[in-house]
Design a protein around this ligand. Structure first.
Ligand code: ZN
Length: 437
């Protein structure tokens, strides 16, 4: 294929997301430090992200912003002087927040600081020790078993200093001040699905929404897990009730089935919109109830806030063997899965944007649809039947008490078919907007 031909092939959004994941994959992210800043810079090259630095020691709800962690180099050299592990090769090799070390020790002394996964002997685990001072290295169990006895040199040239916690925020204004929150964590080192897939799709969604008019305002948060969302909530405790709907995005690129985790409320509009879009997608999907574990939905759904924030992903975290290991690499995520997650995400946003309650202007008996030309633009016979049903359902439930999402749920039709029917009925003067009081 020539270069010109290759350029002519339209790139999918899934490919675009995949390239973004590839780009930020090597950065040494943690809950603080330069890896987070580098990652946010890549996002900022595409959308006007506002980056906030919150100083170490700041009290945030029941927590305190920790010291900032940065690594210059970290390695272990074996008895023959050769490096057996090196942070420069994979940032998963170093336990996150390891304290500085420069020592020579026997394998027996080193062993308690080495972490592997005996049940998955080829994978390097992801470990952190944010709130307990410790140091350690991670390696495959296969490699651990082959380490010879003898003296080892250990070097962790890292700093744990008063600095800042860094997060990114972007508000894409819509016609309403009510907000849709889209939150993703930015604290994991080199793992593609958890969490770079979330960063990539959130970035592309911000770009997409920035180029069109929307009803809601969209607030994007790129925050280190737990401490980052807690920090944002602490600084925005008063304004948090502007959030009308919200999604935490994570684990969107693996080959597993789409999964939506409901908000703590369980029946919020976002919960119903997400469930409707997933179930209408014609593939196996999982919709699970809220539980107080997982990602930043734990903070948004803590009882004091109780925000209507659910979580969209694919294989649930902890339920795939590559989770939190070196197996969550660039081969574990697929442009097709990213594209499918994108389609679902945009479908959910579309429901939020187009939902509403309406009143029929002709509620006594059915209006005569044929003479108003309402079937004219509809193509194939099957589409025609569904579109006709959508018109009848919308007209019947246009009593000011049922939303279009109610109509879609009750009729079994897709939300898009229902919303399109409402649009046609408005142009035929048969329907008027009646905001729910
Ligand atoms: Zn994780």
């Amino acid at each position: 294929m020539s270069t010109a031909e290759r350029r002519a092939v339209p790139r999918s959004l899934g490919d675009d997301a995949y390239r973004l994941i590839e780009e930020v994959m090597p950065y040494p992210r943690s809950i603080t430090g330069n890896g987070v800043r580098q990652t946010l810079e890549v996002v900022r090259a595409r959308v006007p992200l506002q980056v906030t630095e919150v100083p170490t020691g700041t009290a945030v709800l029941d927590w305190t912003v920790p010291r900032e962690w940065n690594v210059r180099e970290a390695w272990i050299a074996g008895p023959d002087g050769q490096r057996v592990l090196d942070f420069a090769q994979s940032n998963l090799h170093l336990v996150g927040y390891s304290t500085p070390v420069r020592a020579r020790m026997s394998l027996a002394e080193l062993r308690p600081h080495l972490h592997s996964l005996p049940d998955r002997p080829n994978l390097v685990p992801y470990r952190t020790s944010y709130y307990v001072e410790a140091w350690g290295f991670c390696l495959s169990d296969r490699q651990l078993e082959q380490l010879p006895d003898g003296e080892y040199d250990v070097c962790i040239d890292a700093s744990l200093t008063d600095g800042a916690l860094t997060y990114g925020e972007l508000l894409v204004p819509g016609s309403s001040a009510d907000e849709v929150l889209v939150s993703t964590h930015v604290c994991h080192p080199s793992m593609a699905n958890d969490n770079l897939s979330g960063i990539a799709l959130a970035t592309l969604l911000a770009e997409h929404l920035g180029s069109r008019d929307s009803r809601y305002s969209y607030r994007f948060l790129f925050v280190p897990g737990t401490i980052g969302s807690i920090t944002w909530l602490a600084r925005n405790q008063d304004g948090a009730d502007r959030i009308a709907h919200g999604l935490v995005l994570t684990g969107l690129g693996d080959a597993g089935s789409p999964t939506y985790k409901r908000s703590r409320r369980g029946n919020a509009v976002i919960d119903r919109a997400a469930e409707h879009v997933l179930r209408s997608s014609g593939q196996p999907v999982n919709v699970i109830d809220f539980y107080p574990y997982g990602y930043d939905e734990r903070q948004y759904c803590s009882p004091g806030f109780n925000l209507p924030v659910g979580r969209l992903g694919r294989s649930p975290h902890g339920e795939y063997p590559e989770y939190h290991t070196s197996g969550d690499d660039l081969s574990f995520v697929h442009p097709d899965s990213l594209q499918d997650s994108w389609d679902l995400l945009v479908g959910i946003i579309d429901v939020l944007e187009r939902d509403g309650t309406y009143l029929s202007r002709n509620p006594f008996g059915e209006p005569q649809l044929g003479r108003r030309g309402l079937y004219r633009s509809i193509g194939a016979a099957t589409d025609r039947a569904a579109a006709e049903m959508a018109l009848l359902w919308v007209l019947n439930l246009a009593d000011g008490a049922h939303s279009l999402l109610d109509v879609a749920e009750r009729s079994g039709l897709t939300f898009a078919a229902v919303a399109d029917a409402a649009r046609s009925l408005i142009s035929a003067d048969l329907l008027e907007f009646a905001p729910a009081s």
